[in-house]
Design a protein around this ligand. Structure first.
Ligand code: KG4
Ligand code: ZN
Length: 333
């Protein structure tokens, strides 16, 4: 029998719901982003985000049911992001999921946000194991070894800023609107690597560190501005992006080789980055490794990925009770 999972995601500034069949086939998805509102403030304002989720959540559900031509009665189980993320935002999705689970008597499945990002890849092709996942988002930069479905072993991660966070902060100092990642990515594609910047944490470990590189860019911009010099934004974006991409590529390929794994899946908002896509694709080709990315629209936050992860969690018997609570931070599990 087919399994239909209703996924709910509200961990940051997107209110999203989706229905996915058997973990791999997207039936319909609705994503309502608050990006325009937050960009006025240069970043996500948590209090505004949670209020907007409250306003949007039922609108998104109505829209999803219309779009999918399904009823909640047709759903097998409800999967929801319980964390990590902004606590007020998470609570809106969690309360909606619990309410629907109670009213319609449907099993409730808790999903870790990063598991969702990883499983966005199974909307392209069913995951095959073992694999390594490089998770790069606004809140995370991690290398995860998976020997099977829903088995997550963290082998390295950032010691300070997440890579998306570094992109957003560099964009800010260059007066680019939030979220800065895609804008830097675009500028990097038309600039030249002319600025001298450090390659961050270029060592033998699987850990990353982006705050030093970020600070180097910020200091450079301040110094040049004080001297009355003009910053070439394209060239600075290219120089910054090249440093980030080269260390991410180097450590990811090292992990694939040392763990003797043939498959890489990339996940999270920064998986949309064209420089990273090109560099990893080329390196995997050279090392004879298979690589997959989520569809562009499912790199950033959405509920299709939560419904997909939710399916595999559901099959493994993971359930939450109605006392499920949101968690601002939690280990990937
Ligand atoms: O996964 P996501 O939607 O939210 C988190 O779970 O954090 O990722 C958002 C992050 C932001 O920092 C955004 O600037 C970054 O992903 N991002 C990019 C690109 N598209 C989104 N960073 C670099 N290049 C991109 N093309
Ligand atoms: Zn995310």
């Amino acid at each position: 029998m087919d399994t239909y999972i209703l996924g709910i995601e509200s961990s940051c500034d997107e209110t999203s719901m989706s229905i996915v069949k058997n973990g791999i086939e997207e039936i319909a998805t609705v994503v309502l982003t608050q990006m325009d509102t937050h960009s006025i403030y240069g970043g996500v304002v948590p209090e505004i985000a949670s209020r907007m989720h409250i306003e949007n959540i039922t609108v998104v559900l109505d829209e999803l049911l219309k779009k999918s031509n399904m009823k909640i009665e047709d759903i097998t189980a409800i999967a929801v992001t319980y964390g990590p993320g902004l606590i007020g935002s998470l609570l809106v999705g969690v309360e909606a999921a619990k309410t629907l689970s109670f009213i319609y008597n449907k099993p409730l499945v808790p999903v870790h946000h990063i598991a969702g990002h990883i499983y966005a890849n199974s909307l392209v092709e069913e995951l095959k194991f073992p694999l390594i996942s490089l998770v790069v988002s606004g809140g995370h930069t991690e290398l995860i070894y998976m020997k099977d479905n829903y088995s997550f072993e963290k082998i390295g991660g950032t010691l300070d800023d997440a890579v998306g966070e570094a992109y957003d902060k560099v964009a800010r100092v260059l007066d680019l609107p939030y979220p800065g990642g895609p804008k830097i990515d675009y500028l990097a594609s038309i600039g030249n690597d002319t600025y001298e910047l450090p390659i961050p944490k270029d060592d033998n470990s699987y850990d990353f560190s982006f705050s030093g590189l970020k600070s180097a860019v910020i200091n450079l911009v301040h110094n040049e501005t004080q001297r009355g010099k003009q910053i070439n934004k394209e060239n600075l974006a290219t120089s910054f992006q090249n440093r980030v991409v080269s260390i991410l590529t180097k450590k990811t390929i090292k992990a694939l080789n040392e763990y003797n794994v043939d498959r890489l899946i990339v996940a999270g908002g920064v998986a949309a980055n064209k420089g990273l896509r090109n560099s990893l694709t080329k390196a995997c080709l050279e090392s004879n490794k298979k690589i997959s990315f989520p569809p562009m629209k499912y790199c950033t936050d959405n509920a299709a990925m939560i419904a997909s992860a939710g399916y595999f969690a559901y099959k493994l018997g993971r359930r939450a009770d109605l006392d499920l609570n949101a968690k601002a931070s939690d280990k990937l599990n």
